[in-house]
Write a protein that binds this ligand. Structure first.
Ligand code: S3P
Length: 181
């Protein structure tokens, strides 16, 4: 089974949705953030603070190159992984890439009570969310499919992702469908 790769901004539900999807489909679940934290033995906020963002991006990049060789995995990629074209190309080799989206205000509400995301530990997180979303929009647009998660429960998003995957399988087995959209 092709990997299912969830990309998207912080707070769009990649981990919660990914875990549930993996359980339902009997696939393994890999969160790039969790593997990095495990291997480094420290939280991402500390990696950013003590070693800097470029160091984190390097870890993320080599991990993505490694896990892109897996099969039968649901992969939740950190929100900034899409910024690197090589990451996207690696993830696409054996996976279908689905971007989870949400409106800035929804992202703000979902993330405001947590302090583990260094990029949002700023004076005006909503402004930062808007800025980063604008900057990253062309990267998220490179996903194969997009699912809006605003106002949806985890189960509803899982349902939509399953529909998208079924569509992508039909397209692979019947390429003519691509022409008709
Ligand atoms: C980041 C998103 C985070 C984590 C790091 C940087 C980003 O992952 O990788 O804090 O640049 O958007 P989540 O999207 O899982 O929160």
């Amino acid at each position: 089974m092709k990997n299912i790769v969830l990309v998207g901004f912080m707070g769009t539900g990649k981990s919660a949705v990914g875990k549930r999807l993996a359980r339902q489909l009997n696939m393994k679940f890999i969160s790039t953030d969790s593997v990095i934290e495990e291997r480094e033995g420290r939280p991402i906020a500390e990696i950013f603070e003590k070693s800097g963002e470029p160091y984190f991006r390097g870890l993320e990049k080599s991990l993505i190159s490694e896990i892109s060789k897996e099969d039968n995995a649901v992969i939740a990629a950190g929100g900034g992984a899409v910024l690197d074209n090589e990451n996207m190309a690696n993830l696409r080799k054996k996976g279908v890439i689905i971007c989870l989206d949400a409106a800035p205000a929804v992202i703000y509400e979902r993330t405001k009570k947590y302090k583990h995301r260094p990029l949002l530990n700023v004076e005006d997180p909503l402004l930062k969310i808007r800025e980063l979303l604008d900057k990253r929009a062309p990267c998220y647009a490179k996903a194969d499919y997009r699912v809006d998660t605003s106002d949806k429960s985890i189960d509803e998003v899982v349902g939509e992702v399953l529909t998208v995957i079924a569509r992508s399988r039909r397209r692979r087995s019947n390429p003519k469908e691509i022409a008709s959209g």
